[in-house]
Write a protein that binds this ligand. Structure first.
Ligand code: FAS
Ligand code: PHB
Length: 398
């Protein structure tokens, strides 16, 4: 098989890229390891920046998002039972939208066939070849048959554990990583949310987050140590812990119900540089990971793809290489600012096992400062709604 861009991975990054390239008549093929049902069933992110919703609107794939997405003008930080509301609309003029990554993925997959986007599901042993040449190719097994796709470029959108990043020679790449000494135990339940907006809570027993997917479906998280297992957390224990950590004001509004999904996600900050090697471009979790505290993971994948699609379209339409040559530097500039915000909010809102009284006093002082300073709240707000894309790319992505 031959195409212009072969995309590895049918997560948000790969699917958005495939749609944006197709819309500009650039040929692309998506190769995905899992089944369609597996990908469509994943429960992950919940908050979209307008960077992401703009891309869906530009693709004409925001009909369900407009109908079911929940615009949020703020969120709260809770500490010692006190809620500090960050009014993102007042400080930035922009809202965020609560709409699950699951829904985004389903919308993009559903629209693929009618738009001539081929997704090869259940591809195994995916391997990248000759990425440092102008004629790279990808091999894989599909239904027991060995397959090969030749392309001009390879887009590695295969997440943290995929093969693309590993196709970059060790001498050509740099890793930056911080692994956190805890994870997030998440529960999804068909119960009404306890609050109209998200609440991030710092409690002596650890962090908790009250989020949602719709007026009838809630998503909650508690910080747990890495030696804990989902089996250690029957639903009642988790609901009790959420009531304790979210505080006496919120607890009476928590409605309990059976878990539709319950899982523990590890937390890490990770960046791989550069995000391009020869004919291979990395986008999304294949190149970087953030702790979900800042709701940046999915949105960074979208901003990477805004830059990458813009660059590849320029190359195939005008034969220019300015965009692809600038891709890594442009994407990383936004990635590092989101890494900083996610790391800072994680440090502020979690209890670290090695922290002592001084570190706790720093958290208290920072929360006190945020509660009393418009400037501090504006800073958090502009990072939470998403820092701007480079102006020329932003204009084309509207
Ligand atoms: P993805 O990991 O979503 O997609 C990569 C795709 O590549 C997958 O479909 C995978 O099957 C495929 N793939 C992997 N190896 C392959 C191979 N060898 N061949 C072919 N295909 C291959 N972000 C938030 O903002 N908020 C959250 O609450 C949040 N919760 C998360 C919970 C979990 C458990 C995880 C793992 C991540 C969470 N994230 C969250 C981050 C998440 O939303 C990512 O940022 C987002 O999925 C990134 O999208 P992609 O880059 O497309 O990567
Ligand atoms: C979610 O609803 O899954 C969610 C929301 C905000 C975050 C992380 C996760 O920061």
């Amino acid at each position: 098989m031959k195409t212009q861009v072969v995309i590895i991975g049918a997560g948000p990054a790969g699917l958005l890229l495939g749609h944006l390239l197709r819309q500009a008549n650039v040929d692309a093929l998506i190769v995905e390891r899992q089944s369609r049902a597996h990908v469509e069933g994943r429960i992950r992110a919940g908050v979209l920046e307008d960077t992401t919703t703009n891309l869906l609107r530009r693709l004409g794939l925001d009909e369900r998002l407009q109908r079911e997405g929940l615009p949020h003008t703020g969120f709260s930080l809770a500490d010692g039972g006190r809620l500090i509301r960050i009014d993102v609309l007042k400080h930035t003029g922009r809202p965020v939208t609560v709409y699950g990554q699951t829904e985004v993925t389903q919308d993009l997959i559903k629209a693929a066939p009618e738009r001539g986007i081929d997704i090869l599901w259940e591809a195994s042993d995916v391997a990248l070849h000759d990425v440092d040449t102008a004629a790279p190719y990808v091999t894989f097994q599909e239904g027991g048959n060995a397959r090969r796709i030749d392309a001009r470029f390879v887009a590695g959108c295969d997440g943290f554990h995929g093969p693309s990043r590993k196709a970059v020679p060790a001498s050509a790449g740099k890793h930056f990583e911080r692994v956190y000494p805890f994870g997030w135990l998440g529960i999804l339940a068909d119960v009404p949310p306890c609050n109209d907006e998200l609440i991030y809570a710092n409690h002596p027993r650890g962090f908790a987050l009250a989020s949602m997917r719709s007026p009838t479906r809630s998503r909650y998280y508690v910080q747990v140590s890495m030696d804990e297992r989902v089996e250690d957390w029957p639903d009642d224990r988790l609901w009790n812990e959420l009531e304790t950590r979210l505080g006496a004001e919120v607890a009476p509004h928590i409605t309990r119900g059976p878990a539709l999904e319950k899982s523990i996600a590890p937390l890490r900050s990770y960046v791989f540089e550069p995000m391009r090697h020869g004919s291979l471009f990395l986008a999304g979790d294949a190149a970087h990971i953030v702790p979900p505290t800042g709701a940046k993971g999915l949105n960074l994948a979208a901003s990477d793809v805004a830059y990458l699609s813009d660059a590849l379209i320029e190359y195939f339409r005008d034969g220019k290489t300015g965009g692809i040559d600038a891709y890594s530097e442009r994407a990383l500039a936004r990635v590092w600012k989101s890494e900083r915000f996610s790391w800072q909010l994680t440090k502020l809102m979690h209890r670290f096992p090695d922290d002592g009284p001084f570190e706790r006093r720093m958290q208290v002082a920072e929360l006190e400062y945020i509660a009393s300073s418009d400037a501090a709240q504006k800073s958090i707000a502009e990072n939470y709604v998403g820092l701007p894309l480079q102006a020329d790319v932003a204009r084309r992505c509207q």
